[in-house]
Design a protein around this ligand. Structure first.
Ligand code: PDD
Length: 278
């Protein structure tokens, strides 16, 4: 299928970029991943707003209007019919005439968009196995930057140990997030998630989940500090992202969570999320 590059839709094999693109040389750009189910994207407006925030933090001008982004998204989705796909949007600072750390504001941002298959959903009763590490990423994790080497190394450490994700803890041993997901824990029937700061991405799935649980009114959601001990003793732990939705964790560092079973509160909130995500 076709991808979008700088104003044109073309086959992926014909999409070419200069090696002097600052996205390639410096990871100098921002991105979004928007899930779409049977042709319906989730929370596009929130994703475009976060992209605007990331670009503002990087001092890259937003190259397209929301309706231009919408048109690209619709055109990419049209090729997929009822399939579930991830829509990837990417803006780099653009191509410079030389490799130089400082950036000029004269550059034209590179705009790239494509779709790819969402990973398969977990089968009924299945959950994730995760390990823990000290968060070694940079201090601007609130920016959804394409500089992802810290995230990539954490994630690979998990894979090396046959884990699905890696829970990250700051120097005070407080939970930040996972390598590519936000985290939730259930403590005494209350749902907790780390409060947002520059060490966490403001996940759209996280926000949609918080909003629908609060609207439903049955469970309390709190945003605050969560210690390693609270995580290890939690009744349930979940991870959220655009590609995973809300998934239950059943073991942390080989210790079972909730006796290794998918949690009851997860069942409730995950079906709430499925009903209200659009
Ligand atoms: N990752 N935290 C990090 C570090 C992430 O990379 C992501 C998403 C999230 C969840 O955010 P959201 O709910 O908006 O997807 C949290 C995307 C899916 C990725 O890099 O592929």
């Amino acid at each position: 299928t076709d991808v979008y590059l700088n104003g044109t839709f073309l086959p992926l094999c014909e999409a070419h970029l200069s090696p002097l693109d600052r996205g390639f040389l410096f990871g100098d750009g921002a991105y979004e991943v928007i899930p779409a189910f049977a042709g319906k994207p989730v929370a596009t407006r929130l994703h475009l707003q976060r992209l605007a925030n990331s670009l503002a933090a990087l001092r890259i001008d937003m190259p397209l209007s929301p309706s231009q982004w919408q048109d690209i998204i619709e055109r990419l989705l049209a090729a997929h019919g009822a399939e579930d796909v991830a829509i990837y949007l990417h803006v780099s600072r653009g191509v410079d005439s030389r490799r130089y750390h400082g950036f000029s504001n004269q550059l034209t941002p590179t705009v790239f968009a494509m779709t790819y298959a969402l990973p398969p959903r977990l089968a009924e009763g299945q959950g994730l196995r995760v390990i823990t590490e000290q968060d070694q990423r940079w201090r601007h994790c609130h920016i959804k930057s394409t500089s992802l080497l810290g995230h990539v190394l954490h994630f690979q450490h998990g894979k090396d140990q046959h884990a699905d994700e890696v829970l990250l803890f700051n120097q005070q041993d407080e939970l930040t997030e996972a390598a590519a997901c936000n985290a939730f824990v259930v403590i005494k029937d209350e749902i907790w998630t780390p409060a947002l700061d520059q060490q966490k991405l403001a996940g759209i799935t996280r926000q949609v989940l918080i909003d629908c649980v609060r609207k439903d009114g049955v469970f309390t959601v709190r945003e605050g500090t969560i210690t390693r001990q609270q995580v290890m003793e939690a009744n349930e732990v979940w991870l959220t992202s655009s590609t995973r939705n809300v998934q239950p964790v059943i073991s942390i560092d080989d210790q079972p969570v909730n006796d290794g079973q998918v949690g009851d509160i997860w069942r409730v909130v995950s079906s709430l999320f499925e009903q209200h995500k659009f």
